[in-house]
Design a binder for this molecule. Structure first.
Ligand SMILES: N[C@@H](CCC(=O)N[C@@H](CS)C(=O)NCC(=O)O)C(=O)O
Length: 230
């Protein structure tokens, strides 16, 4: 039976959640069948027993797991006969470092470059919800936050230097083959590509080439999602 993944969607069905894409790629990495349930922000509270505040959430034959990291651990523990996505304890530590680096140094900066573009992709109910929650979270109205992104993207590209040096040498952060570390680092990029024409990286940058390698994985699973080609 396919594993069910509750996946965040925009008004036209595009999948744009950085967190959900990590789990979607982890499932593909392990060759596990996955059935996605398109879910809007305002529908998350209706999932399962109603206790989930965020997605991704998976349901696997009656077992419910929320939180992308917990899902990756659950998949490796439960399907240890398949390729490990976290790749053992070293892989786990590596992915943990990349996740915390990306969450503290990359995603918050990317948010300031695409928050209005995300809002534009939502249904009316989700627009209202997103505007209220993100303006509160960011401490000001989201409608002015993107200004100056042309300058801030230079700062972002500077912050990418540690991973740029690795993917200039090996195809993936995981080495010759991708691991969860790649899916974590990829998540803010697919978030942006799915919602915004504003290019975070440009051709010629090793990070851009790596991004396109991950877009092509699993028969172009992420590339086939509606988005902007940069
Ligand atoms: N720690 C969670 C965070 C998940 C998360 O924040 N997901 C967002 C979608 S990208 C969400 O569900 N937000 C609900 C909301 O803002 O109400 C994970 O890694 O899965």
């Amino acid at each position: 039976m396919a594993i069910v993944l509750y996946d965040l969607v925009g008004a036209d069905g595009r999948r744009f959640s950085s967190n959900c894409w990590r789990s979607r790629l982890a499932l593909a990495h392990k060759g596990l069948d996955c059935e996605t349930v398109p879910t809007r922000f305002t529908e998350i509270g209706q999932i399962g027993d109603g206790s989930f505040k965020t997605i991704p959430v998976i349901e696997d034959n009656g077992t419910w797991v929320g939180d992308s990291w917990a899902i990756a651990e659950y998949l490796d523990d439960t399907y240890s006969d398949r390729p490990p996505v976290l790749a053992g304890s070293d892989g786990r530590q590596h992915a943990r470092f990349v996740q915390d680096w990306s969450r503290s140094r990359i995603s918050p900066l990317v948010m300031t470059m695409i928050v209005e573009d995300i809002h534009a992709q939502l249904t009316p109910e989700d627009k209202e919800y997103f505007h209220a929650t993100r303006s509160k979270r960011l401490g000001r109205d989201i409608n002015s936050i993107q200004e100056g992104r042309e300058e801030r993207v230079l700062e972002l590209r500077e912050r990418l230097e540690p991973m740029r040096r690795v993917v200039a040498e090996t195809p993936f952060l995981g080495g010759e083959l991708p691991t969860y570390a790649d899916y974590v680092a990829f998540s803010p990029f697919i978030w942006a590509r799915s919602t915004s024409p504003f290019a975070l990286v440009e051709p010629g940058d090793p990070v851009h080439a790596w991004f396109h390698r991950v877009l092509d994985l699993y028969d172009g699973l992420a590339r086939n999602n509606p988005g902007y080609d940069w």
